[in-house]
Design a protein around this ligand. Structure first.
Ligand code: ADP
Ligand code: MG
Length: 377
C-alpha cells in the first residue's frame, strides 16, 4: 500500500498538451476516481503514473519514492484495462499465475496467492477453463484477479467495466468496492461515467482538457461544484441553469430576479462588481418542489413551468419543459421521486429552495457560499 504524489506533471504529444500542470496527492488506501469526458486526459494521467508514458515535466512519487524515471515493472503497481487482455491459450489458473511466474515467485506461494485471489473474486471453479468459455463478467474478474495476485502497492483501473452490460456493470462496481474494503489498497480508477465515480470514489478528480477542474468527495462535488462544468458533469438529469438579474447583495447573500415573480435572496456572496452581468443560477432537478414549501422556514425561487414531456421511470418522474425568465424562455428539468399528477401541455408552479441554489458568474465559476471554508476552491 502506498500514497501517490503527482507534482507539476505536464504531458505533450507533439504539439498537443494532453496534461497541463497536474498536482495530486493521493493518500494511502484511498479509492480515487479520475472522471471527465472523452479526451480529457484520464488515461494519459493513469499511464503517466504507471510509467507507460514518459512525462514532459514534473514528478511522480509512489510511497515517497520518486519513480519518474522508473520502468512500469519497477513501480509496484498493477493495471486492469477495459479489454481484459487475458492470454486466450492459457487457462484462467495459468493467467493468474503468469505475473507471479515472471517475477520468480515460488510454487507454493503462487498456489496460495492464486487461491486467495480466486476465492475473493468467486472464480475458483473457473480456474481450469480457458477465457473464451467465460462470460464478460467472469473474464473481467479473472483480469482483476491477475492484478491482485501481484499484491501491488497501487491498483490502476482504466474503464474496466465499459465493455459489460448495464446490469453486470453495477454488480462489478459493487464487487470492486467490496474488494477495496477488504484489501484497503490504493486504487486509481478511470471512468467517463459520473455515476461510477460518485458511487465508488473516496475522492473524485474531475478532468477537462488536460487540467483538473475539481478534486473532492462525491458529496462535495454534488453540493459544492466550483464551476458550471463540474456542476453539469456530476448528477443526472443535469443541473438546471437559468439566466438571472442581480438586484442587490452583501458579503454573504445575493438578491436576484429569475422570473416575473418576487425577487429571491440566495445565501451566496459577495458578487464582485465585475461579476454582476451575466449571472446564472443553477439548481438540481431533484431539488425542485411541486408544492409550496413553508414560506416561514424555506425561502424559494418561484417559477411557472410549461410541462412538455413527462418520463415515468417508476421510482422517479422527470419532467421537461420551459420557464419564463427575465431574458426569455429557458429549458428546465424537474425530477421527483415517485409519480406526479401533472399532465403534458399544462403548466405548474414550481419552487426551488434558495439553499439548494448555486450562482455562477459569466466565466462559469461558482460564487462562494457563505460558510464555506477559506480553502474552498
Ligand atoms: P481520455 O482517457 O480522458 O479519453 P486520453 O488520455 O486518452 O483521454 O487523451 C487525452 C488527449 O491526449 C487527447 O487529446 C488525445 O487525443 C491525446 N492523446 C492520447 N494519446 C496520444 C498519443 N499516443 N499520441 C497523440 N495524442 C494522444
Ligand atoms: Mg481513456
Amino acid at each position: 500500500m502506498a500514497n501517490v504524489l503527482v507534482s507539476g506533471l505536464v504531458k505533450h504529444f507533439g504539439s498537443v498538451v494532453a496534461l497541463n500542470q497536474i498536482n495530486l496527492d493521493i493518500e494511502d488506501g484511498e479509492f480515487i476516481v479520475f472522471v471527465g469526458p472523452s479526451g480529457s486526459g484520464k488515461s494519459t494521467l493513469l499511464r503517466c503514473i504507471a510509467g507507460l508514458e514518459s512525462i514532459s515535466e514534473g514528478t511522480v512519487k509512489i510511497a515517497h519514492v520518486d519513480v519518474t524515471g522508473l520502468d512500469p515493472a519497477d513501480r509496484d503497481l498493477s493495471m486492469v484495462f477495459q479489454n481484459y487482455a487475458l492470454f486466450p491459450h492459457l487457462s484462467c489458473r495459468a493467467n493468474l499465475e503468469f505475473p507471479l511466474k515472471t517475477e520468480g515467485v515460488g510454487k507454493s506461494d503462487i498456489d496460495k496467492r492464486v487461491d486467495q485471489a480466486a476465492r475473493l473474486l468467486h472464480v475458483l471453479d473457473l480456474l481450469d477453463r480457458k477465457p473464451s468459455s467465460l462470460s464478460g463478467g467472469q473474464r473481467q474478474r479473472v483480469a482483476i484477479g491477475r492484478a491482485i495476485v501481484k499484491e501491488p502497492k497501487v491498483f490502476l483501473f482504466d474503464e474496466p467495466l465499459s465493455n459489460l452490460d448495464a446490469e453486470l456493470r453495477i454488480r462489478m462496481r459493487v464487487e470492486i468496492v467490496k474488494l477495496h474494503r477488504q484489501l484497503q489498497n490504493t486504487i486509481i480508477y478511470v471512468t467517463h461515467d459520473q455515476v461510477e465515480a460518485m458511487t465508488m470514489a473516496d475522492r473524485i478528480v474531475v478532468l477537462r482538457a488536460g487540467a483538473i477542474e475539481q478534486v473532492g468527495r462525491p458529496h462535495d462535488l454534488y453540493h459544492r461544484p466550483v464551476n458550471r462544468f463540474v456542476a453539469s458533469f456530476i448528477g443526472a438529469p443535469q443541473m438546471n441553469m437559468l439566466p438571472c438579474t442581480h438586484l442587490a447583495g452583501d458579503a454573504s447573500s445575493t438578491t436576484i430576479r429569475v422570473g416575473s415573480h418576487a425577487e429571491s435572496r440566495l445565501p451566496v456572496g459577495p458578487v464582485r462588481d465585475d461579476e454582476k452581468e451575466g449571472l446564472v443560477v443553477g439548481f438540481r432537478p431533484e431539488h425542485i418542489s411541486l408544492a409550496r414549501p413553508d414560506a416561514e422556514t424555506t425561502e424559494t425561487i418561484e417559477l411557472e413551468m410549461s410541462v412538455e414531456v413527462i418520463e415515468h421511470l417508476g421510482a422517479a418522474t422527470n419532467m421537461y419543459g420551459t420557464v419564463e425568465t427575465t431574458s426569455g424562455k429557458s429549458e428546465i428539468t424537474v425530477s421527483q421521486s415517485g409519480p406526479v399528477t401533472l399532465l403534458e401541455g399544462h403548466s405548474s408552479r414550481i419552487w426551488i429552495p434558495v439553499a439548494d441554489c448555486h450562482l455562477f458568474n459569466s466565466n462559469d465559476n461558482a460564487i462562494k457560499r457563505h460558510g464555506d471554508p477559506p480553502t474552498w476552491k
